[in-house]
Ligand binder design. Structure first.
Ligand code: SF4
Length: 351
């Protein structure tokens, strides 16, 4: 992992050697405090560690104060076009401000935001997005890594000219290659923490795939301090995809499920078992455990051996393994119930 500068956002920190923070964004009207709080609380429960709300009006900015009282994770305010909304959002308790350099205003107006952030000791994310990049850069470079990087550098310089260094950077594009390259360049040249994401990546399936590829490559290279998976779906889905991406790279503790694709050798209800066990594992939270569900004896025992706990199917039954040791056979009709009990015992250390 590349070391970045540590930045504090409310009661959380990012950068340095902190774990990668999972974040999402509400899709309610921010001024609808009840709906927004309810969505944030569900996201918190799903594992969201930082929430961002769009602030599009004075009412939205004022609502932040009440929302903050009812939630437990830091609140970032997403500001476009009107720097005065940024000032109001900060006064109403935003823990972080995201500004879009392409539309936030003049250098003097950014200076006013900086002053307010200093006063309240909160960071600014320079959130560059290929769809709303500064006009001159868009004309010069099109949707490319150069446009993203040059916009980032230009805006870092503006903030640094005010001696402000409480900065987080993001350079998101719908183009995977441009995004990856831009993050690589920034990571090599700056120590500010990086918020990584693939913007407007699409509906659940496509968005998950694009985000997994883009974010996976960056994270594998040690790039990224906070992650947001953008999906055209319920934001709760963003959290589970983010967790799975991080867990696949061993950057997050959650149970990992290994299961075989099944073939003509499968002789028990593996699909149903897998579906039920996956749901069950998702309720276990921050637990480091590898669980295997294998269809038959060809690869099953070997794969299940590498897992902490697993089953390998037989005819109408499955063999239970723990840490590579065969334990006992379980009848097909009891697999789901008994396998869950065995997983629970293993987590409690009772084996
Ligand atoms: S583990 Fe067995 S059932 Fe599963 S795909 Fe491999 S050979 Fe087929």
């Amino acid at each position: 992992m590349r070391r970045t500068k540590k930045i504090f956002i409310g009661n959380k920190e990012i950068g340095g050697n902190s774990p990668i923070l999972i974040q999402s964004m509400t899709n309610t009207k921010t001024c609808d405090v009840k709906a927004t709080v309810s969505q944030i609380l569900s996201l918190e429960q799903a594992g969201c560690e930082l929430i961002r709300c769009a602030v599009t009006s004075k009412e939205d900015a004022l609502a932040l104060k009440e929302i903050k009282k009812q939630i437990h994770i830091p609140l970032a305010a997403d500001i476009q076009f009107d720097y005065k909304l940024a000032l109001l959002a900060i006064e109403n308790g935003a823990d972080k401000i995201r500004i879009n350099p392409g539309n936030i205003g003049t250098k003097d107006e950014i200076g006013e935001i900086v002053e307010k952030c200093n006063q309240y000791n909160i960071p600014i994310r320079i959130g560059i997005n290929s769809g709303s990049i500064e006009k001159d850069l868009a004309e010069k470079y099109g949707n490319s890594k150069e446009a993203l990087v040059e916009s980032a550098i230009r805006n870092i310089r503006i903030l640094e000219s005010f001696h402000f260094h409480n900065i987080i950077l993001s350079v998101k594009s719908t183009n995977l290659e441009a995004t990856i390259e831009a993050y690589r360049i920034l990571s090599a040249n700056y120590s500010y923490p990086l918020h990584i994401g693939i913007t407007e990546s699409g509906p659940k399936q496509m968005g998950t795939i694009k985000s997994s590829i883009g974010l996976g490559i960056l994270l594998y290279e040690g790039i990224g301090d906070t992650i947001r998976v953008s999906l055209t779906a319920d934001p709760i889905e963003e959290i589970s995809v983010a967790k799975d991406i991080l867990a696949s790279l061993d950057l997050y503790n959650k149970p990992i499920l290994i299961s075989c694709p099944t073939c003509g050798r499968t002789e028990y209800n593996l699909l149903e078992v897998t579906e039920e066990i996956e749901k069950f594992l998702n309720t276990l939270g921050n637990v480091k455990l590898t669980v295997a569900i294998m269809g038959c004896a060809v690869n099953g025992p070997a794969e299940a051996k590498d897992a902490d706990i697993g089953i390998a199917g037989g005819k109408g039954e499955a063999l239970l393994f723990k840490k590579g040791q065969p334990i006992r056979k379980i009848k097909e009709e009891n697999i789901i119930k008994e396998f869950k009990e065995e997983i629970n015992k293993m987590i409690k250390g009772e084996y």
